[in-house]
Write a protein that binds this ligand. Sequence first.
Ligand code: PEP
Ligand code: MN
Length: 345
Amino acid sequence: MIIQLSQHAGANQISSIKTFFQQKGVEFFFQDFNNQFIVPSFNDEAALKQFDIIKSVIDIKTPYQLSSKNYKTKTTFNVNGVEIGGEDLNLIAGPCSVETEEQIFSVAAFLNSQGIKFIRGGAFKPRTSPYNFRGLGNDGLKLIRQAANKYNLRVVTELMDLSNLDEVYNHTDIIQIGARNMSNFSLLAELGKTRKPIMLKRGMSAKATEWLLAADYLLCGGNENVILCERGIRSFDMQSRNVFDLGVIPLMQSLSHLPVFADPSHGVGKAAFVNKMGLAAIAAGADGLMIEVHPNPEKALSDGEQALTFNEFSDFIAASKPLLNAINKGADFVNNNKILKLESF
Ligand code: PEP
Ligand code: MN
């Protein structure tokens, strides 16, 4: 339940509501900047009648509250002039890791030539083995920012832990929280205090409710600029890197107001399947996609097997246009066309 107070609620009136819940042994979270209580396990609306500073009550029966569709119909927000979660599909592309100046600038130039608005690239990489390339760190952040500035792109890069928060914050437009950190609650709570857009990837074995509770960690701190990103879940058949859960896209959109993106690259782990599954994610209603692209996948320092070449990515863009047209959806990489017409391709 979310209990919204009138703007005139004074400190005494707020503390009397706190005392009411404390005496009942009910856990609550008070958002002072929104003047509202979040009380997931309470549903006795009648008992609240005694408090005349309560403006409205939203009864939300799920453990997650602020990410629920009962709280809000839709979240859209703007990242340097590009709307996220709106009518147009958003497309983020780039290498798994920032490797060299030459690599990231060539990717940025290519993406720009395709009309793409967002570049991705990890500088701090979560690697399963400590002996693998773990990213260029701060040098990588600088390179991707410079490449993005030169080619008019927005940056998406991963934050692994709080020790790098300031550097990542200052170099990126969207902070990616990777699958391995979806349950790093102290990291999420800290990011909730910022207003930087966050792309929250699904944990490798996270259920929908767990994923939305992780989003609530960001939202309850006041950061409302959150994207959910499906990236495949671990299952029993190791022939595929992950099981790309297409069904979770409409599911999350029915449960939550947050934009739902999909990452077919990590979802399937094989370049040959990325285009088909990217199209499938668009058909399933994804608000955006993230796709790994590398100038020379065979030489990539991470995730080369799933990276598309420039030509393969161009093929994907070409294939996506008739599909977008068929479902009457625009795309941020098609300039200023809200509704695509086949003639414009
Ligand atoms: C990535 O985007 O390169 C990445 C490490 O993703 P995930 O956290 O989904 O594995
Ligand atoms: Mn990767």
